[in-house]
Design a protein around this ligand. Structure first.
Ligand SMILES: NC(=O)c1ccc[n+]([C@@H]2O[C@H](COP(=O)([O-])OP(=O)(O)OC[C@H]3O[C@@H](n4cnc5c(N)ncnc54)[C@H](OP(=O)(O)O)[C@@H]3O)[C@@H](O)[C@H]2O)c1
Length: 213
């Protein structure tokens, strides 16, 4: 697939690298330095390159939205028309100092994003684990037991694309339902962050759901 990365920081940089290593054609965009984007593309190898958000969006089969909540409008404006595009958001609607969710209970970041992009195919994924765990999960992908990763959305095609990318990254996709499940998944992501950054085991943590039926 052609994947445009909108936001090439901790999340976008690592996931873009993993998608490139898994064989996808990746365009890294939206960082404060073009040099950083070029370096990411060089180190990711394969068919990765650096570009502008508009270039990342052009011809993309899927976009990964990986910016702070406060940067959504800017990056989306730079990306241009996303009608019909699959937009996989790994973002959380954090307030300016990252101490709490700015949207919760009665809506979610995923639903608010879909309101901003009514013609795009929005799905949320990758936002419930810390970026620190991605390479370890990818490297362990041939092991029998994979960690779970929830995704949620209202668009079937976007959900299929997200599930494929989740598998490519070494996780087992768990369809958690429609976009409004972000109201539960986004606070859950903060629980995982609490374990990652305040717990004893360190930030390389993922989770796994098992069904005993
Ligand atoms: N980090 C995690 O473990 C984690 C886990 C779950 C969900 N999330 C969510 O994922 C999203 C991305 O998080 P992140 O940790 O990857 O953030 P990050 O490391 O700060 O990356 C954000 C990207 O946006 C770029 N950016 C910011 N302001 C910009 C501007 N004015 N012009 C151009 N580029 C700009 C940054 O540029 P630079 O590269 O130059 O800084 C960076 O590439 C957030 O919504 C976060 O809540 C993060």
């Amino acid at each position: 697939m052609r994947i445009g990365i909108l936001g090439s920081g901790l999340m976008g940089g690592k996931l873009g690298t993993i998608f490139a290593r898994a064989g996808h054609e990746v365009v890294f965009s939206y960082a404060r330095s073009e040099q950083k984007l070029k370096k990411l593309a060089r180190e990711a190898g394969g068919k990765a390159r650096a570009g502008t958000p508009r270039e990342a969006a052009q011809d993309a089969d899927a976009l990964l939205l990986a910016v702070h909540w406060s940067r959504f409008d800017d990056v989306l404006q730079q990306a241009g028309d996303l009608s019909g595009k699959v937009v996989v958001s790994c973002s959380l609607p954090m307030n300016d100092d990252d101490t709490a969710l700015a949207v919760t209970h009665t809506s979610s970041g995923a639903e608010e994003l879909a309101k901003k992009l009514p013609k795009a195919r929005v799905v949320a994924a990758f936002n419930t684990v810390p970026s620190e765990v991605f390479f370890a999960v990818y490297e362990a992908k041939r092991k029998a037991s994979r960690p779970s990763l929830v995704y949620y959305g209202d668009d079937r095609r976007a959900k299929e694309a997200a599930a494929g990318l989740i598998r490519d990254a070494g996780f087992e996709p768990v369809d958690a339902g429609p976009l409004r499940i972000g109201r539960y998944a986004e606070p859950f992501a903060l629980l995982v962050a609490q374990l990652a950054y305040e717990g004893k085991g360190g930030p390389e943590v993922a989770y796994r759901f098992d069904w005993y039926s």
